[in-house]
Design a protein around this ligand. Sequence first.
Ligand code: GLU
Length: 432
Amino acid sequence: MSKNVEEVEVKDDTLRATLKLIKQSVELLELSYDVYEYLRTPMRFVEVAVPVEMDDGSINVFTGYRSQHNNVLGPYKGGIRYHPDSTPDEVKALSMWMTLKCSLVGVPFGGGKGAVVCDPREMSLREKEKVSRGYIRAMGSVLGPETDIPAPDVYTDGQVMAWMADEYTMMMGTPAFGVVTGKPIPVGGCVGREEATSRGCVYVAKEAARTLDIPLKGARVVIQGAGNVGGFAALLMAEEGCKIIGISDSKGGVYDPAGLDIESVIDHKKSTGSLAGISDVQQITNQELLALDCDILIPAAMENQITAKNAADVKAKIVVEGANGPTTPEGDQILKENEVLMVPDILANSGGVTVSYFEWVQNNYGFRWDFATVDQRLQEKMIEAFNQVYGFYCAECIGSDMRTAAYMFSIQKVAEAMQYRGWLRNGLKSKQ
Ligand code: GLU
């Protein structure tokens, strides 16, 4: 592959690692370098100021981002997170993952991602509403049901989406709820969207276990994260007959080798906001949790959790990445050497955007599906996506891993769309 444009040095580890994987996949697929040229940078990156009058009368000017990575497959799609540590490079990497995720699971969207640099845990509901409306007022002109469709992400939820849909509708002067997905049911939400990421994780975890001949009944499962994704995944895995032996939140976790009473653990977390003070369990740190002896580990919290430092301690046979980017490239390499079956984020957590797509379709048609329809279609898509990536991984025999296979599988489809749309004047392949 030739390098025909000077590449700027990328300082952010996550973005650098993502670009490396994209480049490597383009090379392995022997695609034209132009494919990498298109994918290595967002098509548009917007930064806005979001001024908010806080409850104490002071003015805070928050920074908002939206990265519109690539729309060759359809409108940009991806969540908006509220986090004090969000950076432009993190948002760009996350938007790249969305392009790959949508392609992988076969929904007709491109990739986008947004953020507001703020700490919603220290804000009142009113302040959060003002931030959400302010973001849409500032960013609304680049969004739209046919252009770019945000959704919930870290520390944003259905309520935030409802405010955003309302503000956008006010701006347009006509109801346009399809501008965001993950909305509450009464304002155009889709049944099952809230738990869709967890359900999707569970469907691929089941497929992965089947592949390795691990019976789910009695399988020992550890989950990092007890929030929207982790908490619900724990309940669903327990319904499948798994033994949830450990679960954590950002402050630490609980462990019982005999299996936790997961319903009461989640109830406790919901009512007290914490996992502290649960009786008859062992309190453990997040590091201890990741090292627990188990069959399936689901990291469903934040980025960069399984790293060069602790990956060798992971004893799970299968890792299912409920979160975006929980494993660093060095962590990945160690897991690969230890023959851990990795179900990578762009596959494992694509249930969220899949049901977002269902929501968008229903909004466009003004029609509502019931839960059984949503769940059946989600299950079909997740099982199909897992087996396509797994099949690709087995067929490639390139000493690769599931993450590389997932990247290759989705980039192949993105590249074909580029070819058909006439973006690749020099052809699809590097060697014609
Ligand atoms: N934020 C979720 C993700 O990272 C959902 C995105 C969406 O539904 O558009 O996949």
